[in-house]
Design a protein around this ligand. Structure first.
Ligand SMILES: *[C@@H]1O[C@H](CO)[C@@H](O)[C@H](O)[C@H]1NC(C)=O
Ligand SMILES: *[C@@H]1O[C@H](CO)[C@@H](O)[C@H](O)[C@H]1NC(C)=O
Ligand SMILES: *[C@@H]1O[C@H](CO)[C@@H](O)[C@H](O)[C@H]1NC(C)=O
Length: 327
């Protein structure tokens, strides 16, 4: 019998975090097909049963593929992954089945007493700094580029697209801490907020002025163009191209392994690229295709999707046709 909590509904996620705000929360991102997840489940059960950890350690198991929204929010790219949260802050993140390291991180997390509230603003600042620098151009907006949730955000997206700007975005409606924190960080009270190379440019009005005066084009980092060119070339290496963690014969995460197995079964010819060997490609491709996770499969230069989509195509019998592309 499991003594771990398992997430059943998306609505209950935030509730769990709030109810356990005073404990060390371990989000355990797992997959039911993964033996490593099973192994780590046992480790966490042992730790949870320990009397000393009662009330101070709370584990929530999250089936990573069933709760994509949460997985994306915490940048989960493989299972098992553990995200340790204290005082609503992420204090540690660990991927893979390493019981010793997990024990160590958990006991560190338990030891840092509640006096860590003193460090809170610093942690948030680090996080904001990382977010505004996640790409050369970053937009903090309401909603997503596909589904903006306010008129200003929508217009901003249109302007960026019309100017052929490659950008990354953050939905401030998904994270109140970022939403409030960034206002202070940048001393700017409203959204959307546009950042270039980590610096705040401003909101919609300023963007409009810059475009009108012709200054905007020169501000867009030109590195984008050379990076995009590089990405296009790699995507073009082969008709069917897989971006994965590790190599075909040595996948480094469960998602990549599964997709390889499915592709191998079809007998289709394909090449792969190990994103762990090139951080520029790894980060760049997320923006290029506006797809946050790996593996990513391309046919004829176009993104097909990740493991879930490939599985669906296989189930519906469309995979082989898709892999043939538009020859
Ligand atoms: C954006 O790209 C399109 C197609 O490549 C081009 O026609 C258009 O002039 C570009 N716009 C700007 C502002 O560079
Ligand atoms: C991609 O490959 C096609 C032919 O396979 C070629 O016509 C095209 O120019 C290539 N694009 C790039 C950016 O290399
Ligand atoms: C998939 O096929 C490639 C050869 O194309 C082989 O090197 C690799 O080991 C295979 N991987 C799996 C997981 O079957």
């Amino acid at each position: 019998m499991s003594v771990l909590n398992k997430l059943d509904k998306l609505e209950n996620f935030q509730k769990f975090l709030e109810e356990n705000a005073n404990a060390l929360v371990v989000l355990f991102f797992a997959a039911n097909w993964s033996d490593e997840s099973k192994l780590m489940n046992n480790v966490l059960q042992e730790l949870s049963k320990d009397e000393r950890n009662k009330n101070v350690l709370r584990v929530l198991e999250v089936e990573a593929e069933d709760f994509e929204e949460i997985s994306i929010k915490y940048g989960i790219e493989a299972v098992p992954t553990f995200v340790l949260i204290k005082n609503k802050q992420v204090v540690s993140k660990l991927s893979g089945a390493d019981p010793a390291e997990l024990r160590k991180r958990i006991s560190q997390g338990l030891q840092t007493s509640t006096s860590s509230t003193a460090q809170k603003p610093e942690d948030l600042n680090d996080r904001l700094k990382r977010l505004v620098n996640q790409a050369p151009v970053v937009l903090f907006m309401k909603g997503t580029p596909q589904e903006p949730r306010c008129g200003f955000s929508r217009t901003t997206i249109e302007i960026l697209k019309n100017n052929n700007v490659t950008f990354s975005y953050f939905d401030i409606l998904s994270d109140n801490e970022v939403r409030e924190g960034l206002k202070k960080y940048s001393n700017w009270p409203t959204y959307p907020q546009l950042y270039i190379k980590g610096d705040l440019i401003g909101g919609l009005d300023i963007l409009k002025e810059l475009v009108a005066s012709g200054e905007f084009q020169s501000m867009i980092p030109s590195k984008d163009d050379s990076l995009n060119e590089k990405l296009r070339k790699i995507i073009n290496t082969s008709k069917v191209m897989l971006f994965m963690k590790g190599r075909k014969d040595e996948p480094k995460c469960g998602f990549s392994r599964q997709i390889i197995e499915i592709l191998n079964e079809t007998g289709a010819k394909y090449e792969s690229f190990d994103i762990l060997t090139d951080d520029e490609v790894r980060q760049g491709l997320k923006e290029y295709s506006n797809w946050p996770t790996f593996p990513q499969l391309y046919v004829d230069g176009e993104l097909v999707g990740g493991l879930d989509i490939v599985k669906e195509l296989k189930q519906s019998g469309e995979l082989e046709t898709t892999l043939k592309g538009n020859q």
